[in-house]
Design a protein around this ligand. Structure first.
Ligand code: SF4
Length: 335
């Protein structure tokens, strides 16, 4: 009976024969680790790119979005807990989509990109990797929506097939990570730096939870770290908390808190700071950091105004806005 150590995430689970790791889906079968949800997504939807949220990556594109059961975090406020806090064997098999069928389904639905999302796709790593490789071969982009609690080597390999990431940075406080997410801060920061080094398009989301991570000084430290380590052009999304799962005792984030966070981040020099989950807020939209021109107007996930030039510049002052605006930037012009 051989126990196996999983080296995918910082938990480093030592898994006895026949048992699963902390994420519930990585199982030791005969001394080899297998994700029980390979080819078995429990959620399949077509979403707008803005829902991920990715605001500087192929705006308005429909994304074929999938998730399986399982997660390597245990956030008290998880919005997908029925999916993330279950093992593969607890989920009824709704879809059977091995990588070739998944890529084919995305194409048939008119999607030029696939998102691995909802639960944390780190735990179904092999399914993501195999699908993403095939998708690239057919000029489909890959988006990875994650809490970034992953070890450096598997992440570096994954970055070779992933084009865009939205990563949660849940708080700039290790105690928060331990209490609320069952994780630690440093591996997340290291992973974000690795993504930047590997050249993946990166956006960062910070969900602000009243009384737990909304201290202005903490928000400022977080924004300063993103500015210094990832760059001032990194889109930073402050998102509104809603009471869910095991955290129903707190109210939704006041809009004033989100406004304050946006000001703090702009004060330290962040150029693209967004407010999420507040319909119609001016912070849903993209502005030129040099002259303030409205470049992409959004109401919720809908684009209501688009003024960027085809090569991603402000039409008034010609400032280049960081992002991936056309799929030709990833794959070259269509032959
Ligand atoms: S991915 Fe799952 S099995 Fe592997 S170390 Fe993390 S929690 Fe444990």
């Amino acid at each position: 009976m051989t126990a196996v150590t999983c080296e995918l995430c910082p938990r480093g689970c030592v898994i006895p024969e026949g048992a699963a790791g902390d994420c519930r889906i990585r199982v030791n079968l005969g001394g080899r680790l297998r994700a029980t949800t390979y080819g078995r997504p429990s959620a399949v939807h077509i979403d707008p790119m803005e829902k991920k949220p990715l605001y500087h990556f192929l705006p308005g594109a429909p994304v074929f979005s999938i998730a399986t059961a399982g997660c390597n975090l245990h956030c008290l406020n998880c919005q997908n807990w029925q999916l993330s806090q279950r093992g593969g064997e607890e989920m009824e098999e709704i879809y059977r989509l091995d990588p070739p069928e998944l890529v084919r389904a995305a194409r048939e639905e008119g999607c030029r990109s696939i998102a691995y999302t909802y639960s944390d796709p780190i735990v179904f790593y092999e399914y993501v990797y195999d699908t993403a490789e095939l998708a690239h071969a057919q000029r489909l982009a890959n988006c990875f929506i994650t809490a970034a609690y992953i070890n450096r080597e598997p992440l570096r390999k994954l970055c070779g097939v992933i084009d865009a990431v939205n990563a949660d940075l849940k708080a700039f406080d290790d105690g928060f990570y331990r209490r609320v997410n069952g994780a630690t801060l440093k591996p997340v920061l290291d992973a974000l730096v690795t993504m930047r080094e590997e050249g993946v398009w990166l956006e960062v989301t910070n969900l602000l939870i009243p009384t737990l991570n909304d201290d202005p000084a903490m928000i400022r430290r977080l924004a300063r770290w993103v500015h210094d380590e990832l760059g001032p052009g990194t889109p930073l999304h402050f998102s509104r908390f809603q009471p869910l799962y095991r955290m129903r005792n707190l109210p939704p984030t006041p809009v004033e808190t989100l406004d304050l966070a946006r000001r703090e981040a702009k004060d330290v020099g962040m150029e693209h700071v967004y407010v999420g989950n507040v319909l119609g807020h001016e912070g849903n939209s993209t502005y030129c950091p040099r002259d303030g021109t409205l470049l992409i107007g959004r109401v919720g996930f809908m684009i209501t105004h688009y003024a960027l030039t085809p090569d991603g510049r402000c039409p008034s002052c010609n400032e280049r806005i960081p992002g991936v605006w056309r799929s030709a930037e990833l794959f070259g012009e269509q032959p």
